[in-house]
Ligand binder design. Structure first.
Ligand code: ADP
Ligand code: MG
Length: 696
């Protein structure tokens, strides 16, 4: 076995490769582009392209592609070979700076939410030099953004990069005020912990719902689920272990810092945590991680399920988005410091986050809204649909003392007062005992836990970056005019606590008391995607995004359309799949079981005229009743689907899918699950939850 350092990043055109292969002036120019966000000089593009091509060919690549992230939420690529014909009938391998910088995929096959109709039919991809090119499947992949010819973003990456620029700009203003002369740049960092399920491929292939929808649409609860809690961080099954080892290796080659692999709470559920990196790279890496997880699982005869809720009744899967801010001098701005001034700065950044999360709860909720995540948020397991912040008891005590202008007494330690003494480094160990909070401060970063497992982390991070940029900008507007800096900082912190402390909740977010308490506090509880999405185009949010140049108003409207369209499409596919399973699989299986029971009873009577046939009779009557219920509900579901065509307005249509189609699907499920419990196992048409969850 090779050592990690031998394979790490071998398929990445990273800094080391660049410095070795590019002339030093070209390398320096490219570095400036990467590190400082400066635009790239076209004259060096040809040199970079050629070096990339030579490196890629040496590493087995034959093709190249612009690799981008359209609004489907997954990545897209269109492969071209390096081949270029010569007049003498031969061919050479070529790759120009023009090809590196710009590509023109057929934009019409990607969702645009009306943007193409309003603007330009064509779209183009443009190289994003801030994320390294890499080789996947013998193809040189060039991380790119995807825009319409009018410059409207058609992807998830463009707004993310814009939001990083917005927060960079505003955080720099604050840092300057605190006299951080050496800091020339800041970036946001993210570590995305990824949860997933693994099931045996043979079992998977017997269920249409898993194949078409990625989740089970029906299935009775197994006798044993996660009740014993024996799976969490338990010993890893050898097949899963082999999968994890290969996955790590594949990810390492791509320079992805896969670090921790362990079992999760539900049977067959696992998690991978990478070491954090810059947000845009973390986003690319998470997309690659999901793709490679699926591929590697197949090689091991398994299927990796990334859906938020593959099985009702057991935990769903999320993605914990650990987020922080770091300066180019390596200082984490969410880490309490050693000096009073550092602590004032820390508390100001903390206040900006608290204020941002309170003012833009709706946007955070929208950023994680998907039909899959609806099954998870608020289901007494994942974070609820209510957004709140956990800061822990120690930090709470600090904020309380500032709010009340009194001494802060640290438990068992000396008294300290803000602005005079030092905030000791105490958070890391004592905080983060709360696993139920949707937005938890964990000592030196915030962990946003509402993100769905299958989702791109681009949207949530675009929102976090922008809303924090907005509050930093508001603070900077005040402080830049300040005559008494220290006391104005303290006042801003105090004012923020007073005005926004309703968003802080350190208790159990899964409890019913919290739902009631949150309502009293006036916090939003947007239970479904359809409830959440309209907030995306609320006036205050349009103002926010346009002010920071993250989205234009047209882009926001297009996203609103796409999200709702996607919601309708997903529920429609699920409904059709459920209908198919009910009509073509369950009803035939149950009726044939009924026939067998009838034949058994008749045969018994023939043999022994006064034989007891109570069991057959009772089963037949229960099965018949449930089967007829299932049949009726299936007809009803079919009718609801025809009704959907009547809606011109996409929001009304989505509401109908949520309130009527989904509700009818739930009724079908109830009948089907009861049938499963009393039908002959050998006749039940697909694997049960027990077989799925314990398939490995
Ligand atoms: P734990 O959750 O056990 O406390 P860690 O705090 O080490 O573990 O990390 C959890 C995740 O948070 C990892 O993906 C890690 O890389 C990431 N992380 C740690 N520090 C930061 C940071 N400053 N910014 C963003 N992510 C971070
Ligand atoms: Mg975590």
């Amino acid at each position: 076995m090779q050592s990690i350092s031998d394979i790490f990043g071998t398929l990445v055109f990273n800094d080391k490769v660049m410095s070795e292969r590019l002339p030093s002036d070209v390398y320096k120019a490219l570095k400036r582009t990467i590190d400082m966000g400066k635009s790239l000089d076209r004259s060096i593009a040809d040199i970079v392209a050629n070096a990339m091509k030579d490196w890629a060919i040496e590493n087995g690549a034959t093709h190249f592609t612009h690799w981008f992230q359209p609004m489907t939420g997954i990545t897209a690529e269109k492969h071209d070979s390096f081949i270029s014909p010569k007049s003498n009938g031969t061919a050479i391998m070529e790759f120009s700076g023009k090809e590196l910088i710009k590509g023109e995929p057929d934009a019409s096959s990607f969702p645009s939410g009306g943007l193409r109709a309003t603007f330009e039919a064509r779209g183009y991809t443009a190289w994003d030099p801030t994320s390294y090119a890499f080789i996947k499947d013998d193809t040189l992949c060039i991380p790119s953004v995807f825009c319409s010819y009018g410059g409207q973003a058609l992807d998830k990456k463009t707004p993310l990069l814009r939001s990083m620029e917005a927060i960079r700009k505003q955080a720099m203003r604050i840092l300057k005020l605190f006299g951080n002369e050496d800091v020339t740049n800041i970036s946001t960092t993210v570590g995305a912990e990824q949860e997933y399920f693994l099931v045996d491929k043979n079992v998977f292939e017997k269920r249409k719902d898993l194949i078409f929808c990625g989740r089970t649409l029906l299935g009775a609860r197994p006798p044993k689920g996660q009740d014993l809690e024996d799976h969490y961080s338990g010993t890893i099954n050898p097949r899963v272990k082999a999968f994890m080892a290969e996955l790590d290796e594949e990810l390492w080659k791509l320079g992805i810092l896969a670090k921790t692999e362990h079992n999760e709470v539900a049977p067959s559920q696992h998690e991978l945590a990478p070491i954090f990196t810059t947000t845009n790279i973390a986003t690319d890496h998470n997309q690659l991680t999901m793709e490679i997880m699926k591929k590697v699982a197949l090689r091991h005869g398994m299927v990796c399920l990334l859906h938020e809720k593959p099985f009702a009744g057991v935990n769903g899967s999320g993605k914990h988005n650990n987020w922080s801010l770091v300066t180019n001098t390596g200082v984490n701005l969410l880490e309490p410091g050693d000096s009073p001034s550092e602590n004032a700065q820390f508390l100001l950044f903390l206040s900006a986050v608290i204020k941002a999360v309170d003012k833009y709860q709706d946007l955070l909720r929208v950023s994680v809204a998907s039909p899959g995540n609806d099954h998870r948020l608020g289901a007494h397991e994942a974070p609820p649909a209510i957004v709140s912040i956990f800061i822990g008891d120690d930090l709470q005590a600090v904020l309380d003392s500032i709010e009340n202008s009194c001494l802060y007494t640290q438990i068992d330690r000396q008294e300290i007062k803000f602005g005079v003494h030092v905030l000791p480094r105490f958070f890391k160990d004592t905080s983060d005992r709360n696993r139920t909070s949707p937005f938890a401060f964990t000592g030196n970063k915030f962990e946003f836990r509402m993100v769905g497992s299958s989702q791109s982390i681009a949207d949530p991070n675009t929102v976090i970056n922008t809303i924090v940029a907005e509050e930093l900008s508001n603070f900077a507007d005040i402080l830049e005019k300040s005559e008494n800096f220290e006391s104005d900082v303290l006042n801003l912190v105090r004012q923020t606590i007073i005005e926004h402390k309703r968003i802080i909740f350190n208790g159990n977010n899964y409890s019913d008391e919290w739902v009631a308490e949150a309502e009293r506090r006036g916090l939003l509880n947007l239970k479904s995607t359809v409830d959440a999405i309209p907030y995306l185009i609320a006036e205050k949010n349009v103002k926010l995004f346009t002010k920071h140049k993250v989205f234009s108003e047209a882009e926001l409207h297009s996203r609103y359309e796409i999200l709702l369209e996607n919601y309708c499409k997903v529920i429609n596919i699920e409904a059709l799949t459920l209908l198919d399973m009910a009509r073509k699989e369950i009803i035939p299986a149950v009726t044939s079981y009924i026939r067998e029971l009838s034949e058994t009873a008749l045969a018994k009577k023939q043999l022994i005229p006064d034989a007891n046939c109570d069991v057959e009779k009772d089963l037949i009557s229960r099965l018949s009743a449930l089967c007829s219920e299932l049949y009726k509900k299936a007809e009803a579901l079919n009718n609801t689907l025809s009704e959907t065509k009547k809606y011109d307005n996409i929001l009304d249509c989505a509401r109908y899918y949520k309130d009527t189609v989904l509700a009818t699907m739930q009724e079908i499920r109830q009948a089907a699950d009861q049938l499963e419990l009393i039908t002959d196992k050998s006749r039940w048409p697909f694997p049960t939850f027990s077989e799925l969850l314990f398939s490995l």
